[in-house]
Write a protein that binds this ligand. Structure first.
Ligand SMILES: *[C@@H]1O[C@H](CO)[C@@H](O)[C@H](O)[C@H]1NC(C)=O
Ligand SMILES: *[C@@H]1O[C@H](CO)[C@@H](O)[C@H](O)[C@H]1NC(C)=O
Ligand SMILES: *[C@@H]1O[C@H](CO)[C@@H](O)[C@H](O)[C@H]1NC(C)=O
Ligand SMILES: *[C@@H]1O[C@H](CO)[C@@H](O)[C@H](O)[C@H]1NC(C)=O
Ligand SMILES: *[C@@H]1O[C@H](CO)[C@@H](O)[C@H](O)[C@H]1NC(C)=O
Ligand SMILES: *[C@@H]1O[C@H](CO)[C@@H](O)[C@H](O)[C@H]1NC(C)=O
Ligand SMILES: *[C@@H]1O[C@H](CO)[C@@H](O)[C@H](O)[C@H]1NC(C)=O
Ligand SMILES: *[C@@H]1O[C@H](CO)[C@@H](O)[C@H](O)[C@H]1NC(C)=O
Ligand SMILES: *[C@@H]1O[C@H](CO)[C@@H](O)[C@H](O)[C@H]1NC(C)=O
Ligand SMILES: *[C@@H]1O[C@H](CO)[C@@H](O)[C@H](O)[C@H]1NC(C)=O
Ligand SMILES: CC(=O)N[C@H]1CO[C@H](CO)[C@@H](O)[C@@H]1O
Ligand SMILES: [Cu+2]
Length: 597
């Protein structure tokens, strides 16, 4: 009893002294193995921590745990990433040049317990040609660590070729997420990986299968696509993806190309399951542009979390994921039509939601020890009806498990999204009339830290200063025909309304406990209303997560309590990184043809 009390006191203590003293844990080198039959299952939490047994959060009922109030575990999980160019052919087609971490695509899986510190040393070894880089930890709040959000021109200068940057931040929330480059559209070149934070579970399951990454795939180099997107030749603006991957596999349909050589060496991801056992799948749309509809033929999926929000579980046959969104689903497999080999599918569907030469990615589910070589013959659920909205599930469906009371907003602000073609013939996205353009050499957080919070000469920085507002409500009207998965940094957001019709100014869906997440699909020509509590001083990007729309400038900076940014102090690495970048750019021309983020 004494031990348990000590444990809880330690876990939620505000100091890290004594039994809670800081301990560094060299991270497991868990390469991307997900979707191979050799994949290990994930644990419920990492046990190599210094707390005397049990979980860092003790035995507290998860229903009463505020996921935004992490324990202090005193443990640091340390990772070393070297980023380099390399060849890759995940679907068996050609070998394209991509950007890899420690030679791997996707990058290594980052794992931590809720409350741990994560420390990632990133070395930029991108050569032939050189490029800057920076990694963003999607969905994590960076409370008090805005400097480590990984957005070049906002929280840091890009990491110069040859230089390193050490990111340090708390795993302040728990669940399924991912990290990716925020430098131009580098993530579409392969620079991403899963990020898992273990926490208290509000549901029971038998085994955690780990990340199931769903992504569109392009055979062109990412920079060539950005060149097309940013060109003045409108026939080059649409860039269909070539394939759709599940955990970085799905054989390319070689009959789609004349040049068949080399082609046809692709394979399917495979999963071994036992019927009657309940598995947790951590779905992540890590693609560049395509929305994903995930399903397993004839099976029921139970959604238990959306992004980093645990929800009241509900059943569905198809899970919708816009770019950047995640869903944890439970799955209790059953034999269908007497067959033990079943297709898992992810479909990029809908006239406005995708441009894909091969919109369906597949993987193989093998039940109860079916032969490893079995090829399923099962039939897919009917594809969702294409009503052109690219919408998420109805907001009513996802009810957060932990209730956060929605306050009256202290400000309500409207943002209108448009596409324009500028005077030189480039297509751009505007938010309130202005396309975003980054200045890599002059990070905004650094300016705000120096009490410079207004930039009349730089409207292209798209800074919205919300001062000391306590809760900010933003009404977004999409006056373009594109769908936009809108993502907020530094926070999650309540999604109060989502529709084709103009918001009436008052109606809130499920006002007692509205849905919260960090990414939400804004419909073509539609409306969404979101709100967040301004409890995290910093400058937080709010942007479309479609790589090419972001290149075209669909991005704003939400400035939050700038007067309080300096409280945590500026880490020395920020100045060092800018010095190295400025020195690099004195003698090298950075080909910044897009917004830069
Ligand atoms: C991690 O493991 C992979 C595969 O075993 C190996 O190639 C790589 O060098 C390892 N990386 C580190 C940093 O140990
Ligand atoms: C750095 O990049 C080069 C070229 O891609 C590669 O050959 C080398 O192995 C990389 N170094 C490290 C430490 O990853
Ligand atoms: C625009 O791109 C198309 C497709 O590559 C090409 O055929 C056409 O010549 C280009 N037009 C101009 C004006 O460059
Ligand atoms: C491959 O592409 C060809 C040509 O479009 C199409 O007829 C065929 O159905 C596709 N095969 C598969 C397995 O999707
Ligand atoms: C949801 O699916 C799970 C697992 O298949 C099942 O046990 C449960 O009864 C279903 N719930 C409802 C309401 O259909
Ligand atoms: C099972 O068989 C029925 C009848 O042939 C078919 O309609 C259904 O699509 C099959 N289910 C699956 C998952 O293949
Ligand atoms: C149009 O946008 C492109 C891409 O941002 C930019 O390079 C170009 O200078 C812009 N043209 C004008 C006239 O502003
Ligand atoms: C704020 O920063 C901008 C961009 O560097 C600069 O142009 C401006 O002069 C600065 N303002 C003040 C008051 O220092
Ligand atoms: C709240 O935000 C609005 C819109 O940016 C701004 O005009 C106002 O000054 C802010 N209020 C406070 C108290 O900072
Ligand atoms: C909405 O889009 C239409 C068509 O592109 C345009 O004419 C109109 O000015 C836009 N409205 C606003 C308020 O931006
Ligand atoms: C630039 C753009 O998105 N224009 C569209 C605006 O909306 C009208 C009506 O829906 C469309 O016809 C335009 O193509
Ligand atoms: Cu978009």
């Amino acid at each position: 009893m004494k031990g348990l009390l000590a444990l809880v006191a330690c876990a939620f203590a505000t100091s890290t002294s004594g039994a809670c003293a800081s301990r560094i844990q060299e991270a497991k080198n868990r390469t991307f193995q997900w979707g191979s039959l050799k994949a290990t299952k994930l644990p419920k939490f990492l046990t190599n921590n210094p707390l005397p047994g049990g979980t860092p959060w003790g035995k507290i009922d998860p229903a009463t745990i505020n996921p935004k109030n992490p324990p202090i575990t005193g443990v640091t999980r340390r990772y070393d990433f070297v980023i380099s160019r390399g060849e890759l052919a995940p679907d068996g087609y050609l070998k394209k040049s991509g950007i890899l971490i420690n030679g791997q695509f996707p990058g290594p899986t980052i794992e931590a317990n809720w409350g741990d510190m994560i420390e990632v040393t990133v070395k930029n070894n991108i050569t032939g040609p050189f490029e800057g880089t920076a990694l963003h930890w999607h969905g994590l709040f960076q409370k008090g660590s805005a400097w480590y959000d990984g957005v070049p021109s906002v929280s840091q200068c890009p990491i110069a070729p040859g230089a390193s940057f050490k990111y340090k931040f708390q795993a302040g929330v728990f669940g399924t997420s991912w990290y990716h480059s925020h430098y131009s559209a580098q993530a579409a070149g392969g620079l991403f990986g899963p990020l898992i934070v273990y926490g208290p579970s509000h549901v029971d399951y038998d085994e955690d299968v780990g990340p199931v990454m769903l992504a569109d795939w392009f055979h062109k180099d990412y920079f060539d696509i950005v060149k097309n997107v940013m060109s003045t030749n409108s026939t080059l603006w649409a860039n269909p993806s070539d394939n759709t991957l599940i955990n970085a596999r799905n054989p390319y349909n070689c009959s789609l190309v004349k040049d068949k050589n080399p082609c046809g060496t692709g394979s399917y991801s495979k999963f071994h399951f036992k019927s009657g056992r309940t598995y947790k799948l951590r779905l992540i749309n890590s693609g560049a542009a395509g929305m994903q509809y995930f399903s397993i033929d004839g099976q029921t999926l139970q959604i238990i979390s959306i992004d980093l929000t645990d929800i009241k579980p509900y059943n569905t046959s198809i899970v919708t994921l816009g770019v950047g969104q995640r869903s944890d689903v439970l799955f209790t497999p059953k034999v269908v039509n007497g067959t033990k080999a079943i297709w898992m599918r992810t479909l990029q569907s809908g006239k406005f939601c995708q441009r894909a030469a091969n919109p369906e990615g597949r993987a193989i589910v093998l039940l109860d020890g079916a032969k490893d070589t079995s090829i399923p013959v099962t039939t897919a659920y009917p594809a969702p009806i294409d009503d052109g909205t690219c919408k998420n599930e109805p907001l009513e469906n996802s009810v957060p498990h932990y209730v956060e009371e929605l306050p009256e907003p202290s400000v309500t602000f409207q943002i209108t999204v448009n596409t324009i073609v500028n005077k030189t013939g480039n297509q751009l996205y505007t938010m309130n009339g202005s396309p975003f353009m980054a200045n890599y050499n002059n990070p905004l957080l650094n300016l705000a830290y120096q009490k410079n919070t207004s930039y009349p000469d730089h409207p292209e920085w798209n800074v919205l200063n919300f001062g000391t507002n306590s809760s900010v409500r933003i009404v977004i009207w999409n006056n373009s025909t594109g769908p936009h998965p809108m993502h907020i940094h530094g926070h999650d957001m309540w999604i109060l309304y989502d529709g084709n019709d103009k918001w009436d100014g008052t109606t809130v869906v499920n006002p007692a406990n509205p849905q919260r997440r960090d990414t939400h699909n804004l419909r073509p020509k539609g409306w969404m209303v979101m709100q967040y509590n301004a409890d995290n001083p910093g400058i937080w990007p709010f942007h479309c997560h479609i790589a090419w729309h972001l290149s075209m400038g669909m991005y704003v900076n939400l400035m939050e309590r700038p007067g309080e940014i300096d409280q945590a102090g500026i880490p020395g690495i920020i100045a060092q990184t800018c010095d190295a970048w400025n020195k690099y750019t004195e003698t090298n021309v950075v080909e910044q043809i897009d917004s830069g983020v």
